[in-house]
Design a protein. Structure first.
Length: 553
């Protein structure tokens, strides 16, 4: 099992059962079903976990009735161990069953039940116990799979505290590697790329030392994800190529999908559109088979970029509509995901408008794959039209883009100063708010609407500025859909904080919402229309009830 050869482990355990039954050793039978349950849990074979739990529960119920003096004499007389040994066995395998139940609940998205079972397990075992640490890792990973990274933070802190002690046996090594790989993924998904690298490297080295090929390949995949976030396309491709054969051999669907995601990104970066789309089609299929609506919604958004580059804007909007259905079907979706989806829908309308204006990179729906790829590679990013006022069709499409992108940007950016921790606030600003605000400024500029641009500048100046130094080799804008950082702040709670009265921090920092801003004594508040749309769509009131601040001398 530690070497990820679960098939051989299962066959070995099942081969032992006839001998165990012949020897009438219930304790060893319980151990077999506990280990089988763990194997099934790792392989996401939930029916197998349920069956193992049933067999464990049936056996424990008999012994519990004997220890309580409630079993018939014929049954009680068959017990061959002492009362103390029986009590110890019942306690041990109740905890093993509790671990399996917590893992099963987490895997199926019932995180509240998983947390309750984990707390019960923690109360009955020592903090460094294998079961407790393994359950924390599984619960934390399941939370991250549902984009509940903020709720996984306490679990990761406990796992890391346990990992401070050097492992003394193979089981300890197995948990150390599992914890390091899980935490590395958590760091990459939340924008802490530099912190992820040493964990992934150390996990890979330990896995290689033990001959655990799958864990070594998973470490390569995490390192590849980190390299992609830093703009190293060649390094990403090389590591994913090394990792994929091992991951595919061990039939790990989630990791297989992630490999296909990065294969697609590197091919898109090289301008090979058809190959990129085929890669993402594979990723989507695996995530659908796993029943991961949040992952499916992100890969659908990613696939819509191919349609945009081919000039098939209706097809792109269809992908986005399917992505919205995935969000609607998930009980774990948040307003932030809807805001990002609306922003991306605005990208489609903006791209179609630029095509109407003669943008040289705009695709032609009738082009072949080869022609579309050639156009994509040679695009210089210029338009051939003199102005938006001469093209009513493009004007209408840019206005629709603004109606989508500006409210989303304002809603997301309004959270920035609800975060008290400066480092977390910086991560939100650079990884989450900045890309949406940049798109809002772009569409306002392309609308040739100086009043709207000035209002955005006033808003941004009052709210506080930030910048990102973009390296020449940094990843392009289209990577955001499927690899955008996930916040480690509770966005629903932040929305409540953003609607409360502000707290004045040190210096000139005002933590919390601003009053309305007014540039013209006789005019409306800055961006009032788009703020109203943000409130209607995302339930965010992003201004206080105070008197408006005047922005004129």
């Amino acid at each position: 099992m530690f070497a990820a050869n679960e098939t051989a482990a299962k066959e070995l355990l099942l081969a032992l059962l006839p001998q165990i039954e012949a020897a009438d050793r219930d304790d060893r039978a319980l151990e077999v079903f506990a280990q089988l349950g763990e194997i099934y849990l790792i392989r996401s074979a939930n029916d197998g976990v349920t069956e193992c739990l049933r067999r464990i529960d049936e056996c424990l119920a008999v012994y519990a009735s004997i220890l309580a003096g409630q079993a018939p004499p014929a049954i009680a007389g068959q017990m061959r161990m002492s009362t103390g040994e029986a009590e110890q066995m019942v306690t041990r395998y109740r905890n093993r069953a509790l671990f399996l139940r917590a893992g099963l609940a987490a895997a199926t998205g019932d995180h509240e039940s998983a947390a309750a079972m984990l707390a019960e397990l923690e109360s009955g075992t020592s903090d460094g116990d294998y079961l407790v640490t393994h359950a924390r890792i599984r619960c934390a990973l399941a939370l991250c799979d549902d984009d509940l990274h903020v709720r996984s933070v306490p679990l990761w802190e406990q796992v890391l505290a346990t990992m401070d002690a050097e492992p003394t046996d193979e089981a300890g090594e197995y948990l150390w590697v599992a914890g390091a790989l899980g935490y590395a993924r958590f760091c990459i998904e939340t924008g802490r790329v530099a912190e992820a690298e040493p964990w992934a490297r150390r996990a890979g080295a330990r896995a290689t030392r033990h001959g655990w090929a799958l864990d070594a390949a998973r470490a390569q995949l995490e390192r590849a994800a980190g390299l992609w976030a830093g703009g190293d396309r060649d390094g990403t491709e090389a590591l994913v190529r090394q990792a994929y054969p091992v991951i595919a051999e061990h039939i790990r669907a989630h990791e297989v999908s992630r490999c296909w995601l990065y294969f697609g990104l590197t091919r898109l970066a090289a301008g090979v559109l058809q190959a990129a789309d085929e890669c993402w089609e594979h990723a989507e299929r695996h995530w659908r088979e796993l029943g991961k609506p949040l992952h499916v919604h992100r890969i659908l958004l990613q696939r819509s970029w191919i349609s945009i580059f081919r000039g098939r804007h209706d097809e792109a909007r269809s992908w986005i509509a399917q992505a919205r259905e995935c969000l609607d079907s998930s009980p774990r979706s948040s307003w932030l995901q809807y805001a990002r989806l609306d922003d991306h829908l605005g990208n489609v309308w903006r791209a179609e408008a630029l095509a109407d204006l003669g943008f040289d990179g705009a695709g032609n729906p009738d082009e072949s794959w080869a022609e579309a790829e050639e156009r994509y590679r040679r695009s210089a990013g210029t338009t051939g039209h003199s102005g938006i006022s001469e093209n009513p069709s493009a004007l209408g499409k840019l206005q629709r883009a603004a109606e989508l992108k500006l409210p989303a940007a304002l809603a997301v950016d309004s959270m920035r100063y609800s975060i008290v921790d400066a480092d977390a606030r910086w991560r939100w600003a650079t990884g989450i708010a900045a890309p949406l605000l940049a798109g809002a400024f772009a569409v306002a500029w392309e609308l040739e609407n100086p009043a709207l641009v000035v209002e955005l500048i006033e808003y941004h100046s009052a709210r506080g500025s930030f910048s990102i130094e973009v390296e020449p080799e940094s990843v392009a804008d289209w990577t955001r859909a499927a690899t955008a950082p996930v916040p480690t702040e509770e966005v629903e709670q932040m929305a409540l904080v953003a609607a409360m009265a502000p707290a004045v921090g040190t210096g000139l920092t005002r933590l919390g919402p601003l009053p309305p801003l007014q540039m013209d004594p006789g005019g409306a508040a800055v961006l009032a229309h788009y703020r109203e749309l943000a409130a209607a769509r995302y339930g965010l009131v992003v201004t206080t009830g105070e008197q408006a601040w005047s922005t004129w001398p």
